[in-house]
Design a protein around this ligand. Structure first.
Ligand code: NDP
Length: 465
């Protein structure tokens, strides 16, 4: 019998995904650029080896799959994907389907979908890291609906399941929509991680807490409103000791963050869409600053060490993180809403919140409530949904105190501060952009609308004195 599906790229993600697919009962043919990797993968597949067909050429791979074929690509985003599509093109028919499951830039997926490829093509975002890929990721599909429907039974079978049993795999929209939603997911992930890191910094440098106590605090928070994968792993991270020195693991890790670009893509796209996502942008910038180690050390030598001891109660920090999290998700969802209008996708916001409930890195207890709030009115900003408005109202005073105290004592809180700044902007009915409009009219004769309803006026501008 032929395989139900094929997979190319047996790296961290591809190997885990292939085993997951085999485990759910689908025979799978696999191929990897380095043949030795394919052989080792098959040899180590254990009880699942019977359902895995290892192949040593692309022709052999294609021949091993039942037509019309479906082949998952799990190779690095960019040229490797184009190269694989080009290599498969002469071997596949027009009804065969290639699914790019890597972290593609959604513009590349749009481009490939529009390129008139000789086969069918889907772009699919997969979140959850290696563990998720092996036991249940969140899956965001994009492309022609009919092509998604063809592979949906496999994707729903391997995906994580929310508490209510719904599989966390869904079609998002045409062309690059799946990769777009995955990109915003990663942007929110950057922001969530940065805010946790900022609160960790307040506990470490402001309250003088040792790593173990910080771990216990995160663990306690993970039993409440903040229950989420990222808070859970932060507790585990803070509790871990270095096998080499016995010191807390966190205390021996260099404070320079890496990135593969998805957070940056979210920030760039938000600017194109004029969608305000300052918490995510602050998180991307903070990673970039973190990587400039020499500059930060020179800054400390010139201006003195930053963070000083301060007084804050742990429940205030918890509430600040709750507020920050609501604000950053609200920005991410509003950006998705804006993209739907810009790209002609009809993105299902509550559906996206439901897909993110399990399997992915940003899974959290709050997403259930976000799905419900977005279902009430997808075009209303999440912060205005009654449920979250109440939560925010309760948590904002703590965020305000945490940011104020932190800033007064020299702590860097770019993401939490950006969240508060955005919140204060969006709850100010009479803002200060009248000054900007006057300046624009002064130097560029751009005109301004008046509060009394008269439009396109010019001011009587003259230099003072
Ligand atoms: P790995 O580096 O572990 O594996 C890469 C795989 O791609 C290997 O099988 C490698 O083959 C193959 N490969 C590399 N370059 C080429 C090429 N030019 N042509 C053909 N095959 C090639 O990467 P990951 O599994 O971590 O990532 C794969 C994709 O999944 C990426 O797009 C990544 O962004 C995305 N992703 C990763 C996540 C993670 O947590 N790691 C989470 C979600 C998405 P060989 O053995 O010959 O080197």
């Amino acid at each position: 019998t032929k395989a139900k599906i094929g997979l190319i790229g047996l790296g961290t993600m591809g190997a885990a995904l292939a085993l997951n697919i085999a485990e759910k009962g689908f025979p799978i043919a696999v191929w990897n650029r380095t043949t030795e990797v394919t052989r080792r993968f098959h040899a180590q597949a254990g009880a699942l080896a019977d359902r895995v067909v290892p192949t040593e050429s692309l022709a052999e791979l294609v021949a091993a799959i039942a037509p019309p074929r479906a082949i998952v690509l799990m190779v690095p985003a960019g040229p490797a994907v184009d190269d694989q599509i080009a290599a498969l093109a002469p071997l596949l028919g027009p009804e065969d389907l290639v699914i790019d499951a890597g972290n593609a830039n959604f513009h590349d997926t749009d481009r490939r979908a529009a390129a008139g490829l000789p086969m069918r093509f889907l772009g699919m975002g997969v979140s959850g890291g290696e563990e998720g890929a092996r036991h249940g990721p969140a899956i965001m599909g994009g492309g022609a609906r009919a092509d998604w429907d063809r592979i949906a039974p496999v994707m729903e079978a391997i995906a994580a399941r929310a508490e209510d049993g719904t599989p966390c795999a869904a079609w998002m929209g045409e062309a690059g929509a799946g990769h777009f939603v995955k990109t915003v997911h990663n942007g929110i992930e950057y922001a969530d991680m940065q805010m946790i890191a900022e609160v960790y910094g307040l506990m470490r440098d402001g309250l003088g807490m040792p790593a173990a106590a910080i771990g216990e605090t995160f663990a306690a928070w993970n039993r409440g409103t903040l229950k989420s994968y990222l808070v859970e792993i932060s507790a585990a991270v803070a509790a871990a000791s270095d096998p080499l020195t016995g010191a807390p693991m966190l205390d021996v890790i260099l404070d320079a963050a890496g990135q593969k670009g998805t957070g940056r893509w979210t920030a760039i796209e938000a600017q194109h869409l004029a969608a305000p996502i300052p918490v995510i942008e602050a998180a991307v910038a903070a990673r970039n600053v973190s990587a400039r180690l020499d500059e930060r050390r020179a800054g400390e030598a010139r201006f003195g060490a930053g963070p000083q001891a301060l007084e804050l109660a742990l429940p205030e920090l918890e509430a600040a993180l709750i507020a920050g999290k609501i604000l950053c998700y609200a920005q991410g969802f509003a950006m998705i809403e804006a993209s739907g209008r810009a790209f002609g996708w009809r993105l299902d916001l509550p559906g996206i919140a439901r897909v993110w409930r399990a399997g992915c890195i940003i899974r959290s207890a709050m997403l259930n409530d976000m799905a419900s709030a977005l279902a009430e009115d997808p075009s209303r900003n999440l912060v205005l949904a009654p449920f979250f408005a109440e939560r925010l109202q309760a948590a904002i005073p703590a965020l305000r105190r945490v940011v104020a105290q932190g800033v007064l004592h020299g702590h860097a809180l770019p993401a939490l501060g950006a969240g508060l700044g955005w919140f204060d902007l969006m709850r100010t009915g009479r803002g200060t952009a009248n000054m900007i409009q006057a300046q624009r009219d002064f130097f560029g004769a751009h005109g301004f609308d008046r509060l009394d309803g008269q439009d396109n006026h010019h001011g009587p501008w003259a230099m003072a004195g």
